[in-house]
Design a binder for this molecule. Structure first.
Ligand SMILES: [Fe+2]
Length: 360
């Protein structure tokens, strides 16, 4: 099974350059156009930023973009720092919670890398923002489809049913000979093929959707230690020492409200205070903000909590892009003794999808 190209490999059509860069369980892929020398990195690790920059320089490649296939829970992403250092674009799915994403993509979008076109497939299930990238003869499957396995569906908005649909409807619809390169492999594999996984993947092959959901629910995955310490900086692009992130129990206490519920509350006599915890450019950006919401970016929330003292008895609803940073914000406010705090579930992405009014 698989190809073993340990040196800079090439693949068909526009003869793209290709390489896996970490040589570990966690995979980072380089895809580059040899004519234009434009490059793309998929899922780079923060600990390896120097290696990536050196390698790009050695091969005289210009980094156009970084794609994170999803918000990672197991390693700090290099995306924020690396894109800032070399002026590359950070590309993630529209449902990705983090600020500082320069291009949001959706199912069916194409990402240009020199002469190559990389097709985005929205493949949620491991996380709501999971994408796979299909280019030429191969597909990068993130943590949705692994070699002889599948990614966990039990945290960070995971959903086993969605994962089954993504794998069977989208990934298994690719030609059988398509090479599969996942974001992780724990057994020393380098690649597989769609046909191989269709036939022999022990989690999926021969299982109905319900059987797959039951199987995933029956596996008692241990919760990784310190998961929130990795996840929340990746969700918020905050890495300073002033922000003390809540733990999982504190996050789980936050009461979640739908867009319709928040909309209805805003029309009541004792309307809640809406706090928008995104960055200023997002507040005024394409998704807009809810009329009357007060902008306090998450990174400033603890320091500026004094501004909220006059509203201590009032209901407070935290708002962000996808409802993830605002859950952190609501948990921080609980910790500071604000008891009537809620979160707008799925954030301004969902608010916009429901065509509710926004200001810009
Ligand atoms: Fe993951």
């Amino acid at each position: 099974m698989g190809v073993r190209k340990l040196r800079l490999g090439v693949f068909q059509a526009v003869m793209l350059l290709f390489r896996e860069l970490n040589r570990g369980k966690c995979k980072t892929y380089l895809v580059a156009c040899p004519r234009t020398k434009r490059a793309l990195l998929i899922d780079p690790l923060r600990e390896n930023i120097s290696r990536y920059i050196a390698l790009l320089a050695y091969h005289q490649l210009t980094l156009d973009a970084v794609v994170d296939t999803h918000t990672h829970a197991d390693h700090p992403t290099a995306g924020f720092q690396l894109c800032d250092l070399v002026d590359a674009r950070l590309i993630m799915h529209r449902r990705a919670p983090a600020p500082a994403v320069s291009q949001h993509v959706e199912d069916g979008d194409d990402i240009a890398v020199g002469d190559a076109r990389i097709r985005v497939l929205h493949t949620p299930g491991h996380t709501p923002d999971s994408i796979s990238l299909h280019v030429e003869d191969r597909v990068f499957t993130g943590d949705v489809l692994l070699i002889q396995g599948t990614g966990r569906a039990d945290f960070a908005g995971g959903d086993a049913g969605q994962q089954y649909d993504a794998i069977t409807d989208k990934l298994f619809a690719l030609p059988d000979e398509t090479l599969v390169f996942p974001a992780h492999d724990y057994r020393g594999n380098i690649s597989s093929t769609i046909g191989q996984e269709k036939r022999t993947n022990p989690r999926i092959a021969g299982r109905t959707r319900q059987q797959y959901i039951d199987l995933m629910a029956s596996i008692n995955f241990p919760m990784p230690e310190n998961i929130q310490e990795v996840l929340q900086p990746n969700q918020s692009a905050i890495e300073d020492d002033r922000t003390k992130f809540p733990d999982l129990a504190e996050l789980n206490r936050v009461r979640q409200l739908s867009a319709q519920e928040v909309r209805a509350m805003c029309g009541e006599a004792d309307a809640p205070l809406l706090i928008d915890v995104r960055e200023p450019n997002e507040y005024r950006g394409e998704l807009g903000h809810i009329a009357g919401s007060v902008l306090i970016p998450l990174r400033e929330l603890a320091a500026r909590a004094g501004e909220l003292e006059p509203h201590r008895g009032r209901r407070i609803v935290a708002v962000c892009r996808s409802g993830v940073r605002s859950t952190t914000a609501a948990a921080i406010l609980y910790g500071l003794g604000f008891e009537r705090v809620y979160n707008l579930r799925d954030g301004m992405v969902d608010w916009n999808d429901r065509k509710l009014p926004v200001e810009r």
